[in-house]
Design a binder for this molecule. Structure first.
Ligand code: NAP
Length: 465
């Protein structure tokens, strides 16, 4: 894939970039290691000051970077601005909380004594240079939620961003440089995915985090496994959205629409499979279809657009294949099901609701990365749980019920990294984020995220001390 900005609203190539050559990559690896030696010795207070400065700069740049993101990957401008604001919040969260999250841990006195120590504790030390392989769908947020904890922990970062968001990738490097982080502490590598294997095998790269598709995760994890390097993987999802009779149906429908079409449906944690109790199924479906059909699809630069184009021609044709396979095998599109006729240019797709989906259809098993919802009817909680778990993914899950026993049961049984009741899954700097099953492993955000790339060092003092 060429490294280029191609506007998804028009298909026009706006800017292309030469990938880095071997010498340029070597230079950056050298700088990353040199920066780590300096950065690891700084105090939390010094790092926090730099992180707050980066947050201030991003706040000031919010409109400009929002336009760049929208131009590169097509999300509506308001969503780009909100994404930048969320990044500012996460940077400040880590500036304020990193020290406490990485404070020394003191084991129980009885265990310290039993180990023969006069005293012992655990210290979280940085690991070194971490490679981040990132996707385009939240081009700023996905990176910041890695970079803020990594830099606050004393690590250095190398970003291999998705090839279609090079300007956002370069902006991020510039942002941390302007904030005053040491030269090389956070660098963008404009390289294709073919360069990742050699980077992972380089001894100056000590660990990797990847957010993206299952095949990319498998490739990175297997090379890192071969090199015995730690990885965190945040992969795809096909999150269930269970609606039970005690739900506030109006709210459940309104939220369902946002949960499915945010970012034109190109979100790993978007609700994708709507599992609705028979008693309320028909009402849910008619209100859901009404709202999905009323969404404004169009120019992502327009302030009143709800759904922009998909990020690439390939992304749209993958989605079309899934929908066509389902309808060919008997599913019904109650709305949408194709390209909007009034938007001949750009990679738009209509918000779509499918019913009659069965397990022979690809969409039942695969992730629909676009504004396409599947709705299923179930007779009760057992069937809802079974269907919700009938997927190889396990990123997050959503359930609408006001019944405490049902909430407890779903918390126990839904196979996912999150269970969100009476709302939709959303990430927050203070809450851990990550998946189960083929959605990956490890956690980002909160204390869990910052500790992933730390060496939890046991420090033990003998009895004579
Ligand atoms: P993708 O094709 O896997 O790309 C993601 C990143 O991985 C890009 O930087 C890409 O580089 C790189 N890459 C691709 N193949 C690779 C390989 N074999 N070895 C090393 N790097 C490789 O995924 P995408 O289409 O951009 O994003 C969609 C997927 O990401 C969906 O499945 C979505 O659910 C998932 N996602 C998950 C989360 C989460 O937090 N769990 C968040 C967002 C997205 P190039 O661009 O150069 O190919």
């Amino acid at each position: 894939m060429a490294i280029a900005t191609v506007n998804p609203a028009t298909g026009e190539t706006l800017k292309t970039f030469e990938p880095l050559n071997a010498g340029e990559i070597e230079e950056r690896l050298f700088r990353a290691e040199r920066a780590f030696r300096e950065h690891r010795l700084t105090s939390f207070a010094q790092r926090a000051a730099l992180m707050h400065r980066a947050a201030d700069l991003l706040e000031a740049d919010r409109d400009a970077i929002a336009r760049t993101m929208t131009t590169e990957m097509g999300k509506p401008l308001a969503a780009s601005r909100a994404e930048a604001a969320k990044c500012v919040k996460a940077m400040r969260w880590y500036a304020e909380h990193a020290e406490a999250q990485l404070a020394d841990e003191h084991p129980a006195p009885a265990d310290v004594k039993d180990s023969g120590a006069s005293r012992a504790f655990v210290r979280y030390r940085p690991l070194g240079t971490v490679l981040a392989v990132m996707p385009w769908n939240f081009p700023l947020w996905q990176v910041v939620r890695f970079a803020a904890p990594a830099l606050m922990a004393g690590n250095t970062g190398l970003l291999k961003h998705a090839s279609n968001v090079p300007q956002t990738a370069l902006y991020l490097e510039d942002l941390f440089r302007r904030a005053g982080f040491p030269e090389g502490a956070f660098q963008t590598l404009l390289v294709g995915s073919g360069a990742v294997a050699d980077l992972l095998r380089d001894e100056r790269v000590v660990a990797a985090t990847l957010t993206g598709s299952e095949p990319a995760g498998r490739s990175v994890a297997s090379i890192a496994g071969d090199e015995i390097k730690k990885t965190v993987l945040e992969l795809g999802g096909s999150d269930p959205y269970v609606v039970l009779p005690s739900a506030d149906l109006d709210k459940a429908v309104r939220t369902a629409v946002t949960a499915r079409v945010q970012n034109a449906g190109q979100s790993c944690i978007a609700a994708k499979r709507f599992i609705v109790h028979t008693d309320i199924h028909d009402t849910f479906v008619s209100r859901f279809v009404e709202r999905m059909s009323a969404l404004k699809v169009g120019d992502p630069m327009a302030e009143d657009t709800d759904v922009g184009p998909l990020s690439s021609a390939q992304g749209r044709s993958d989605l079309e294949e899934l929908v066509d396979d389902a309808t060919r095998r008997g599913a019904t599109a109650l709305c949408g099901g194709g390209r909007p006729l009034h938007l001949p240019d750009g990679w738009y797709y209509e918000p779509t609701v499918l019913t009659g989906v069965t397990d022979e259809m690809r969409i039942h098993r695969e992730e629909a990365f676009g504004p396409v919802a599947t709705v299923y009817s179930v007779d009760g909680l057992d069937e809802a749980v079974e269907l919700a778990n009938d997927t190889s993914f396990g990123l997050s899950s959503n359930a609408w019920t006001r019944d405490a026993a049902e909430q407890e049961r779903l918390t126990r049984d839904l196979e996912a990294g999150g269970v969100f009741f009476n709302g939709m899954t959303a990430s927050h700097p203070g809450l851990p984020f990550g998946g189960a099953k083929r959605s990956g492993y490890g956690r980002e955000l909160a204390g869990h995220g910052i500790r992933e790339f730390c060496n939890a060092t046991t420090v033990w003092f003998g009895p004579e001390e």
